[in-house]
Write a protein that binds this ligand. Structure first.
Ligand code: HEM
Length: 206
């Protein structure tokens, strides 16, 4: 059985590494470090909360104890992303909302953020009761649009040096380590979601 405290500890450890890496390896300062740190951390938290569902289906004995942590990690991830947006809106765009909608990457990010807002607002027991469990579950399915959209935004925001790097250029890999880890986590999350889907469907058929 995995403990929620272990998972929270691991996430905070990852935050530490990310800030250290961005501050000391890349010399990012102020709002650039804040924007990238918040975006990356929020994405990782949402991915972790999405991975826990299928993991509970695959290995309930080990992961069932993390059901409550799943919700709190998802909601915390949403707040990281909300502040990511606020930093970008104020410091990169000086509150010019129209300019945001003209950029496809930011449009994908914005749609994802609106959906995450709805899901965070309806993540309470009261909302489940009010909406009825069936409607609530259907609403939660919007995550299958929001997560890929946020992933597309993330990939589009990567700077050119990711794509121009020679294979096995270790220095470049080290430089981009936090993003490479998050991209891997994004793909693992999607793979686990599909596996969970498949297992549940097969169980229902039997
Ligand atoms: C829920 C949705 C979102 C997620 C998961 C997300 C995540 C990310 C991630 C992971 C990065 C890359 C950080 C890096 O390269 O280290 C990023 C960058 C960025 N995001 Fe978002 N984001 C979201 C929403 C938004 C929104 C709504 C906006 C603005 C309208 C936005 C604007 C930006 C900008 C400008 C950057 C580039 C920052 C820089 O490199 O200086 N993001 N985002």
């Amino acid at each position: 059985m995995l403990k929620a405290s272990f998972l929270y500890g691991l996430i905070v450890f990852l935050f530490g590494i990310t800030v250290f890496h961005m501050g000391y390896v890349r010399n990012y300062e102020g709002y650039i470090l804040t924007a990238n740190f918040l975006g990356l951390s929020g994405f990782v938290m949402i991915a972790v909360s999405l991975m826990l569902g299928p993991l509970m289906v695959i290995d309930p004995k080990r992961f069932a104890s993390l059901i409550e942590a799943r919700r709190s990690i998802g909601v915390a991830g949403f707040f990281f992303l909300l502040f990511h947006y606020l930093v970008v809106l104020t410091k990169y765009y000086s509150l010019d909302m129209e300019a945001i909608f003209r950029d496809p990457s930011k449009l994908f990010g914005s749609i994802a953020l609106w959906i995450f807002s709805i899901l965070a607002l309806t993540s309470t027991d009261l909302a489940v009761k009010y909406l009825t469990p069936v409607k609530w579950k259907n609403l939660q399915r919007l995550i299958y649009i929001a997560f890929p959209f946020s992933f597309i935004h993330f990939i589009l925001e990567l700077d050119d040096s990711y794509f121009s790097q020679k294979p096995l250029d270790l220095e470049n890999i080290f430089y981009h380590l936090p993003e490479l880890f998050a991209i891997l986590l994004g793909f693992v999350t999607i793979a686990l979601q599909l596996a969970g889907f498949y297992i549940v469907r097969n169980k229902k058929k039997r």
